[in-house]
Write a protein that binds this ligand. Structure first.
Ligand code: ADP
Ligand code: MG
Length: 700
């Protein structure tokens, strides 16, 4: 029987049942296929030799030619060790063994050239190498197969059980011998020649046994491209299928509401980015397919007006629209803003939140069902079963990251046919990540702020400089400005955080005493009505200072507030800091953000604070965030598929990602069902990948 790549790993020469079990449990290697896809972590350049006098204290692995000139045994409490003195024409060092001492002493020839290889330590003025790879120079020269030596991922258990890198390499060699290195091609001839890619065979061989640097680089490129290409293909196909299967309501005309608003009531000129995004949405809404679009735009980039104008398109076609926000405060604010605009157009609009009274609810339910109510704004309360629309045509979700996918689909079920969905987020997801995990959503980006915004001056101050900061706050209040002071609130230590907040509040009250100063406080333990009352006092400029936990993170708009103080800033994540800073800089005055922290900072905290003082570009900040936290933390487990990449790295390989997406799109544009003969290989591979989900589990 000939072997194929689905053959269990037990059948490979050199593996056997014990090693097979270990490979399965430690590295998830079940089949030949899995083993071939165990890509090296790194490579050692074994073309290079070091001299003893040029060794560095923190050298990685080095290779040296020299002779063993003598042995000695050293006995210590922890046991005996064998020490060999090793010499080249520049100096001496020690080789140290704790195991196999007798055998080594008998085998190693004195005063004969050897090649040793390993990590060096430096101790008491002497370099030493514990358990070196040691080989007679004459044999070494014959053995050399590949100058770049692959280092495979390993685990403690594997090395304890003797599955060293040398053994892994040996097993890999057996795999190539057994399969004769013949692996099915997985990309089309067209792609290979257009992109000058290596063939699969060559790439796999050189990724494991690189003949030289150049071939290694090309192998990596080819395999990364392939990996990302099939993810993109999958995502784009999903999107295409969605569009052809799920019919939306076509909003055929742009009508009276939209046009009147655009002509007579637009409060400002739209930025080019806003115009572009509105066109993209208009295009979706006018087509036969259901829109599923993500609208990304930094804080303050003007997403609300885009949302409103999209709703007008729904209304113009006789449909209702809703806008859901994550907090009560934010819903109220949206409602206040949009109510004003709606009144000018005689549009009926309402708000529904947890604190709506029974009679308000009854009225809303009724007018929603008979179609009198055109726009409904609110919180999660919109998802309640009693909320039934007559004909919901467009659902907009603000601050997407607060709602799970399940909730999104709940909104969707409120109709016979799903409404168009627009998800808005101010937490920019780096383009690269968005592309790979949200490849099945369409994405619009507002990448331009309205004109005339002044950059927010951001500084980092240590707690011991608090007095200066207090003086600064006083000066700003003197000028008529308002100030936010924000404390962290992290779920696990809620009690402690709450205490910090209250302590902080008390000391601020002492520093800014009544009646000259008025202070608001808002935190998560307050009743919504009390929160709202305190917020309103601040909005109306009755209070000069707002002390708060991160509940103010999203959305609130108080243009007169020009100072944001963030306490224990080192405890906040980058995107949170960025969101908080976005609360100021909304008016004409110069605004400031002061990041307070203790003196001791972790490396990551330092990077976060530095990034904040250096840039205000949300996308740049998101990229740093992604680098610090990794995609898993940012996207949550739901989208973790992207984490199972075997060779590509979503951050480092974003150019390859972009190019793979381009080609996947182009191919599917010409041949959506991959029926053309030139795409036969792609279709075949795609099917294979879907079939062996356990292997290619990044295909969800
Ligand atoms: P976000 O994208 O954070 O939701 P908003 O929609 O709240 O931003 O807009 C922030 C502020 O900018 C609002 O006061 C809004 O009226 C104003 N704004 C939005 N677009 C423009 C524009 N094109 N020109 C001037 N101001 C604008
Ligand atoms: Mg907003």
């Amino acid at each position: 029987m000939s072997t194929n790549l689905q053959t269990p790993i037990d059948y490979l020469k050199g593996v056997g049942p014990n090693r097979a079990d270990l490979l399965r449990s430690e590295l998830g290697i079940h089949t030949f296929q899995d083993l071939i896809n165990l890509f090296p972590n790194r490579y050692l350049d074994r073309t290079k030799y070091y001299k003893i006098n040029s060794l560095q204290r923190n050298s990685a692995e080095v290779q040296i030619i020299g002779k063993v000139i003598g042995f000695k045994e050293v006995t210590q409490k922890r046991g005996k060790r064998l020490v060999g003195t090793f010499e080249d024409d520049t100096g001496r060092m020690e080789l140290v063994w704790f195991r196999g001492q007798k055998w080594l002493r008998d085998t190693i020839k004195l005063n004969t050239p050897y090649v040793i290889f390993g990590k060096v330590n430096w101790f008491n003025g002497v370099f030493s190498m514990p358990h070196p790879d040691i080989e007679l120079q004459s044999e070494h020269e014959q053995n050399l197969r590949s100058s770049m030596q692959a280092i495979y991922p390993s685990t403690e258990k594997l090395s304890n059980k003797g599955i060293t890198n040398r053994i892994m390499t040996k097993i890999m060699q057996n795999l190539f011998l057994e399969t004769k290195g013949r692996f099915e091609e997985t990309l089309s001839e067209d792609l290979i020649s257009e992109l000058k890619l290596l063939y699969k065979n060559e790439a796999l061989f050189n990724i494991h046994f690189p003949k030289n640097q150049d071939l290694l680089a090309r192998s990596e490129f080819r395999l990364k491209f392939e990996e990302l290409f099939y993810i993109q293909l999958q995502l784009i196909l999903k999107n295409l299928i969605h569009k052809s299967k799920i019919k939306g309501f076509p909003f055929e005309s742009v009508g009276n509401y939209f046009n009147t608003f655009y002509k007579d009531h637009l409060p400002f000129d739209l930025t080019n980015a806003q115009k572009r995004v509105i066109k993209e949405i208009r295009h979706d809404l006018g087509s036969n397919a259901q829109m599923n679009r993500l609208l990304q735009g930094d804080v303050g980039s003007g997403k609300t007006i885009v949302a409103f104008m999209s709703m007008l398109m729904a209304l113009d076609n006789g449909f209702q629209a809703c806008l859901m926000a994550p907090t009560e405060i934010l819903s109220v604010q949206h409602y206040n803003g949009l109510n004003e605009l709606s009144n000018k157009l005689n549009i009926s609009i309402s708000i529904l939140t947890g604190s709506s009274t029974t009679s308000e609810r009854r009225k809303i339910h009724e007018s929603l069902e008979n179609g009198e109510l055109q726009i409904l704004i609110g919180t999660h309360a919109l998802l309640e079963d009693k909320v039934k629309f007559k004909n919901l045509g467009l659902a907009i979700i603000d601050e997407q990251h607060r709602f799970g996918v399940a909730q999104r689909s709940k909104l969707w079920k409120k109709n016979t046919s799903p409404p168009h969905i627009l998800v808005m987020t101010a937490t920019p997801i780096p383009r690269t990540l968005a592309m790979s995990v949200y490849g099945d959503l369409d994405i619009s980006i507002i990448d331009e702020l309205p004109p005339g915004r002044q950059a927010i001056k951001t500084v980092h101050r240590f707690d011991k400089n608090r007095l200066k900061v207090l003086r600064f706050i006083r000066d700003e209040i003197e000028k008529g400005r308002q100030v936010y002071i924000v404390y962290p609130l992290i779920q696990e230590s809620e009690k402690l955080d709450y205490k910090d907040l209250m302590d902080g509040y008390e000391s601020i009250v002492r520093d800014f005493p009544l009646p000259k100063y008025q202070i608001s406080i808002v935190h998560g333990k307050m009743k919504p009505a009390d929160k709202e009352y305190e917020m309103q006092r601040f909005v109306k400029n009755e209070t000069q200072i707002m002390v708060a936990t991160t509940v103010i993170e999203v959305g609130v708009n108080v243009p007169n507030a020009s100072v944001m103080i963030i306490e224990s800033a080192e405890r906040f994540g980058l995107s949170q800091l960025h969101q908080l800073r976005g609360r100021v800089g909304r008016g004409a005055e110069q605004s400031y953000c002061i990041l307070m922290s203790g003196h001791k900072l972790s490396q990551d905290s330092k990077v976060r604070l530095e990034t904040m003082t250096k840039t205000s570009d949300g996308f740049e900040i998101a990229e740093v965030d992604l680098r610090l936290r990794g995609p898993g933390d940012i996207m949550g487990t739901q989208q973790s598929g992207i984490l199972n990449l075997k060779i590509a790295n979503i951050i480092k390989d974003k150019d390859i990602l972009q190019s793979s997406r381009f080609y996947a799109k182009r191919i599917l544009n010409n041949d959506p069902s991959l029926k053309l003969p030139e795409n036969k290989t792609i279709l075949h591979t795609y099917r294979q990948l879907s079939k062996y989900k356990n292997i290619w589990n990044y295909i969800s």
